[in-house]
Design a protein around this ligand. Structure first.
Ligand code: RTP
Ligand code: MG
Length: 142
């Protein structure tokens, strides 16, 4: 297994619930390290660009509306097999289908307000990391 980086977003619902620390603790317990992080309140155009792959989907308007509804924490996570490992501990997109003990099962309410985003492949991870962070803002462990 290779060391990978992935882009994680703690979404507005989880920030509003004040569970940022609980969620980061899940990442750390799974062997993932936070190597970049900042709070952001996405504009309409930033959210539309970030989720451009979904622009033809029926839920695009709700997705953009939700992601701009409040502040988020954007982070780069690094670790062995980080992309798949992060998605494993996030759980299924719909929290009602998420396995017990996953972040979405424990912290999310609905398919829109589903607590976290995680990149789904190496190419999208690289693109999403570049969307939010410059190289100087990323601090890998030595
Ligand atoms: P994410 O990108 O946020 O990590 O979530 P994901 O890979 O599990 O799901 P994806 O298919 O990429 O969808 C992005 C976000 O759009 C919302 N969604 N709503 N109403 C629906 O059928 C529906 N499907 C997706 C979710 O909030 C999902 O996280
Ligand atoms: Mg996705």
């Amino acid at each position: 297994m290779a060391v990978e980086r992935t882009l994680s977003i703690i979404k507005p619902d989880a920030v509003a619930k004040n569970v940022i620390g609980d969620i980061i603790s899940r990442f750390e317990k799974a062997g993932l390290c936070v190597i970049a992080a900042r709070m952001a309140h996405l504009s309409q155009s930033e959210a539309e660009q970030f989720y451009a792959v979904h622009r033809e989907r029926p839920f695009f308007g709700e997705l953009v509306g939700f992601m701009t509804s409040g502040p988020v924490l954007v982070q780069v996570l690094e670790g062995e097999d980080a992309i798949a490992r992060n998605r494993e501990i996030m759980g299924a997109t719909n929290p009602k289908e998420a396995a017990p003990g996953t972040i979405r099962a424990d912290f999310a309410e609905t398919i829109d307000a589903n607590a976290v985003h995680g990149s789904d492949a190496p190419e999208t991870a690289a693109q999403e990391i570049g969307f939010f962070f410059s190289d100087e803002q990323i601090c890998p462990r030595g």
